[in-house]
Write a protein that binds this ligand. Sequence first.
Ligand code: DC
Length: 245
Amino acid sequence: MGDSVAGLEALDSSAESRRPAPHVIAVDGSAASGKSTIGRRLAEKLGYPFLDTGLMYRAVTLAARERGVDTNDARGLTRLADSIRIGVGPAAPHSAETCSITIDGKDVTSQLRRPDVEDAVSLVSRVQGVREALVRQQREIAGQQPMVMAGRDIGTVVLPDADLKMYLDASIGERARRRHAEFSHQGRAVTEQIVLEDLRRRDQIDSERTVSPLRPADDAIIIETDGLSQQEVLRRALQLVDGAS
Ligand code: DC
């Protein structure tokens, strides 16, 4: 009898230390806040798939560029988002991207950061019909498996019942420094000042749009990443997953 009680206690305490990981984790944040990198590394640690939803908005933008649909043509963009088939999968080995993306079966991952896509994506993602088409797909994907999903509106709109919501933020200067370093690494010649101005423009469009503006969910845990290394942010995210805060 005594043994079985002790056995139960032992079971209870080990169950506590092995708290099940949250099934659906939302990682939102502004441009260049580090949400994709941290989201992907968190997903790797947990053995979950990772979806960077920004790449889906980029895919619709790329399709619009290729088919001549104007960024002001909300109807045309909605029709386009409803008619193309966007496939998402794990990143190819050695890819700089966190996921791979196809449009109607064709891999377009390497096109998604083209400067013309970069310039237009905030405008395309303001369109309600585009958002509805993509949110539908994102919910379907998250309904099938545990996962980490990163974006701007995951905790507020796409998965309001997510088990854990994080919102990453950093000052615009810090984000511009990080994005500029990434660009330099890729051999793209652009000044830090231009990167900063572009981030400011995108922050403004993303947070002032009427449909699903960028903002933390009321129950999101905000992680300010200024001055923190990726490793430190990941450690903080893993603490949150473990239920420590
Ligand atoms: O995270 P990113 O820079 O790749 O996102 C590209 C654009 O997509 C960005 O301007 C905002 C938009 N976006 C969005 O509106 N909602 C999301 N869930 C993800 C991205």
